[in-house]
Design a protein around this ligand. Structure first.
Ligand code: NDP
Ligand code: MG
Length: 380
């Protein structure tokens, strides 16, 4: 075996970050070693996560640091740490649009990007993929559906794939009568039937904004037209994605719903190694699939609308959803108004093409302002 892979974990205190550290512990220090970790505000949890890796550099991106061990602070500090830490692989488990520039820094440093932060691809997918090509490195998706498509893509080659199918659990309200959606509480929306994840993505799973973001992510990652990306509701979350090859056959990737599988595969890529997690016994399992209902999940259709409108609208879709979900979590907006805020923001004029990261960030800021104004109009 060669030298251990040098890994940075951004968002190390979150759901993805914690599981990435479990994977790294299971792989062992001869296979992979942690060179950098970040958190946003939770310095205590960051230091706890770093205890097993005394040589790792640390960044706290959103609060003042108190401990000497934390060498970097602020959003710029996080980017600087990524640039300097010399990682071979950067696992980006930062939540939200703040994950974009750390992803760019990782690629520019020449590291491979193990990407959970889907906002990176939604906001600036084509710029990021160009940057990776220029730097001669790769973006390896961690998002389970995309990790599944990626594995199938690697085996068949893009030319043999006709269609991608992303599965969706259907979220917390897949069986709830739609006429009762007006009374949905934050607590109800933050309980996921199959996965344990951060609060934002759990609410996005209920509304299917998460699947909308993932459709955009798939279009950017795999360079396919939006109409070649389909979504099916699959309540058991065992089949993570399928591809249809040109002969019409469907191939599925199947495992327990456990993010540690795609995290490990992204860290060890291109080699496939024994994995301590997620092995599924199919005997007795029931696997169901159905079309998503439009009325239950209006945010899914809005994601396709954003894709048809162009790159600026995709940034706006993400920004508006972040603002709307934040307003819902602080009870300034009702659940049913989340898609209404996004729809109102998408009705604005957004640039079709974004040529620089500064343009991306400017649209993000403008869309957030528009969403705040829209959300005020819908106050419960
Ligand atoms: P969590 O909320 O659990 O964790 C977020 C992490 O990012 C924490 O370490 C947090 O630090 C840090 N963070 C929060 N805000 C910022 C910021 N503005 N700048 C830098 N760091 C920040 O999120 P998840 O782990 O659930 O999700 C992370 C990303 O992965 C998201 O993009 C999500 O869509 C994606 N993803 C997650 C999956 C999952 O299973 N959880 C599955 C597929 C994709 P602190 O603790 O200090 O607040
Ligand atoms: Mg996913």
């Amino acid at each position: 075996m060669g030298a251990p892979t040098r890994v940075a974990v951004l968002g190390a205190t979150g759901s993805i970050g914690t599981q990435a550290l479990e994977v790294l512990a299971a792989l062992g220090p001869d296979r992979a070693t942690v060179v950098a970790l970040s958190a946003h505000r939770d310095e205590v949890a960051l230091l706890r996560a770093a205890a097993a890796w005394p040589d790792a550099e640390l960044a706290l991106s959103g609060a003042a640091r108190h401990e000497e061990r934390v060498g970097y602070s602020g959003a710029e500090g996080l980017v600087r740490m990524v640039e300097r830490c010399g990682a071979d692989v950067v696992v980006n488990g930062v939540a939200g649009s703040s994950g974009l520039m750390p992803s760019v820094a990782a690629i520019r440093s020449g590291a491979r990007l193990a990407l959970a932060n889907k906002e990176t691809m939604v906001m600036a997918g084509s710029l990021v993929m160009d940057e990776a090509r220029r730097r001669g490195t790769r973006v390896i998706p961690v998002d389970s559906e995309h990790a599944a498509v990626f594995a199938l893509h690697e085996r068949f080659g893009a030319g043999s794939i006709e269609e991608l199918v992303l599965t969706a659990s259907g979220g917390a309200f897949r069986d709830r009568p739609i006429d009762s959606f007006g009374s949905i509480s934050v607590a109800e929306a933050t309980r996921h039937p199959n996965w344990s994840m951060g609060a934002k993505i759990t609410i996005d799973s209920a509304t299917m904004a998460n699947k909308g973001l993932e459709v955009i992510e798939a279009v950017r990652l795999f360079g396919v037209a939006p109409e070649r990306v389909k979504v099916l509701v699959h309540p058991q979350s065992r089949v993570h994605a399928l591809v249809r090859t040109t002969d019409g056959t469907l191939y599925a990737q199947v495992s327990e719903p456990d993010m540690r599988v795609p995290i490990q595969n992204a860290i060890t890529w291109p080699s496939l190694e024994p994995c301590a997690f997620g092995r599924l016994d199919l005997a007795g399992a029931r696997l169901e699939f159905s079309e998503p209902e439009e009325a239950r999940y209006p945010l899914l259709g809005l994601a396709y609308r954003a894709l048809r409108s162009g790159e600026g609208a995709c940034v706006a879709y993400n920004a508006a959803d972040e603002v709307a979900v934040e307003a819902f979590r602080s009870t300034r907006l009702s659940y049913v108004d989340i898609p209404r805020v996004v729809e109102a923001v998408l009705a604005g004029r957004w640039p079709v093409h974004l040529a620089t990261f500064d343009e991306v960030l400017a649209v993000d800021t403008a869309a957030r302002e528009a969403a705040l104004i829209a959300a005020k109009g819908f106050q419960p």
